[in-house]
Design a protein around this ligand. Sequence first.
Ligand code: NAI
Length: 346
Amino acid sequence: MAVFDAVDFDAHEGVHFFDNPKTGLKAIIAIHSTHLGPAAGGTRYWSYDSDVAAITDALRLSRGMSYKNAMAGLPMGGGKGVILKTRAPKDEAFLESFGRAIDSLGGRYVTAEDVGMSDADMVVINRATRHVSGLPVAGGQAGGNPGPSTAEGVFRGMRAAVRHKLGKGGFEGVHVAIQGLGSVGYALAGKLAAAGATLTVADIDEARAGRAAAEFGGRAVAVDAIMTVEADVLAPCALGATLDARTIPQLEVAIVAGAANNQLATPEDGPRLFERGILYAPDYVINAGGIINVVAEYLGDGDADAVLARIARIEDRLADIFVESDRTATSTDQVADRMARRLIGR
Ligand code: NAI
């Protein structure tokens, strides 16, 4: 693989490889930037088709974390851990050896949960390094499961989009289609329903979608129907890469604002939404509530109320991006990328 010329290589400060024959750990830690502080970003435990796919994921996700942390106003840089799922389950020796790998970087990288990792895994990793967040916490403290914090940020960010695009100050009578009712989507549905929104929901787990519809008074539809529902807002809260050349022309909404990471399949898809007049809330700006919570826990910087106040700023940050997008006739994702790169000194 060409490294320095690879499309996803963006002058990363360091890419570290760990291979521990004793525990079976094979892992990559990519540090994109420490310009604003230690590189923070979760660890993904995943079965990749090739080593190159794993490296690409680490490069791309760590840069994404630099942008996300900078735009969230956090004193943290961006990094990402990737553990190759060569066998299952993860045992304690395996996780502790990953903890030692993190520790060998001397605090330049701070981990948390991502796909395939739990808070119980973080507890084991924490035996070998203190550079871990997302540990279980007591009520009232910052930290713990980031899902509800992410939902709060998406709710606020969506409100900024509704105000900007529809000229409405709240959700009364606003129709939101939610794709995915997991830890974030379900909590978001509850907040929106309480604020007076009308909901249409879908999940591959149909029982879950039905439960949300019954609890919040909405309508459940099949997963392949949610992307074309006629509504005010589409909230992607399941997988990434759902917005592409095929789906964007079929959207029947004025706004896309949801939690999923990497919603745009390619860099062309942000401008594609812009040209259709659909207001897109850049994913890494609107979904930063979880990382804001987790970083407060790691730094011991404030309680749950302080975290909520920081999450609330997502609303103004998005409003600024929307105004700048109009002013410069540039898609919102490009406006956000530019702002983020300026913040990290690139
Ligand atoms: P989750 O795993 O709890 O929930 C995802 C839900 O989506 C599940 O209920 C699943 O059945 C459903 N789903 C999967 N494929 C689907 C499809 N094709 N159509 C409809 N539903 C589908 O995940 P979580 O934590 O709620 O996260 C949702 C998204 O937000 C993910 O993309 C995640 O990366 C992103 N995110 C989550 C954060 C968090 O704090 N949990 C923070 C930032 C981003």
